[in-house]
Design a protein around this ligand. Structure first.
Ligand code: TA6
Length: 279
């Protein structure tokens, strides 16, 4: 199969965003260097797997709303393990609004791949220099892998926004029966072993499976996960999304986030992977 890799300025309405486009036969992926964020994955010319908010922004330090944001080194608000000086720190870590560097690229008959790197010297909880890398490989699947070899406290998530066309059609399975419900702030036991979404959902499923299926109106997607200890499912629903400047009215019906996460913040090296392919 033919593969290619080209720099590209702009994607969708983000017309000045520095990007890379990977191609493998009919399949393509677009990655923003800002945030090392995959913004588009099309396994075929007709099918877009990822959702990008029509109101997403990238200037003025904004994190791009959509695609596959990289959350690191903390997930959600910074807890005291990360926020040692008790400063105001951004949600979901420090790397969504940074320009990453392209350090490796490869194309062959087996696929197209890139490695992006970010060096950080100003972590609030660690004085040394830390390097994190994101590799993206496109072939019959799209594989995104985040790694950091430094033995520092670190959480991470690949916070993927999936294009589902219609929230009523979504089914995610298998999911563990028990989850932490962040909306109701309690642990819930749900024996249906699946997740239909008809209200605000912000759930942490610990010890989730290595393979999930996301079924929806646009087709069925396999989501492979590795190096994770949880899967987070999120949809802000109508009211909460109305309060978000980068979300249009009605957008909440068009996406669901299924996030491969490592939430345990022990000092083990990080290698977190999400692999997507249509089935
Ligand atoms: O992963 C779910 C979550 O942590 C939610 O609680 C919600 O706030 C969301 O991520 C989006 O966060 P963001 O910082 O991108 O607005």
């Amino acid at each position: 199969m033919n593969s290619a890799l080209n720099p590209q300025t702009g994607f969708a309405h983000l017309t000045d965003l520095p990007c890379l486009k990977l191609q493998y036969g009919e399949a393509s992926a677009v990655i923003s260097l800002y945030g090392a964020q995959v913004l588009s994955y099309k396994p075929t010319a007709e099918r877009e797997v990822l959702w990008l908010s029509p109101k997403a922004r990238w200037h003025n330090d904004a994190a791009i709303r959509g695609g596959i944001p990289v959350c690191w080194p903390w997930f959600g608000p910074a807890t005291t393990a990360f926020n040692t000086a008790q400063k105001e720190l951004p949600n979901h870590g420090l790397v969504r609004n940074r320009l990453w560097q392209l350090v490796h690229q490869h194309t062959s008959a087996n696929g197209a791949s890139v490695v992006l790197k970010l060096e950080l010297t100003e972590l609030p909880h660690y004085a040394g220099t830390v390097v994190i890398q994101l590799s993206v490989t496109l072939n019959e699947t799209l594989t995104v892998q985040l790694s950091c070899n430094s033995p520092i406290p670190q959480q991470a998530a690949l916070h993927s926004y999936f294009n589902i066309a219609d929230i009523d059609s979504v089914l995610i399975r298998p999911l563990p029966a028990e989850y932490q419900d962040k909306v109701a702030a309690k642990t819930v036991l749900d024996n249906q072993l699946s997740s239909r979404i008809n209200c605000e959902v912000d759930r942490i499923y610990a010890h989730s499976a290595a393979q999930l299926r996301l079924e929806c109106a646009t087709g069925t997607l396999a989501i492979g996960q590795a190096g994770h200890d949880a899967t987070v499912v999120w949809n802000p629903w109508q009211e909460k999304s109305r309060a978000m400047a980068d979300m249009a009215a009605g957008s909440y019906q068009q996406f669901v986030c299924v996030e491969t996460a490592r939430l345990n913040c022990d000092r083990a090296a990080l290698s977190l992977q999400q692999q997507l392919y249509p089935i």
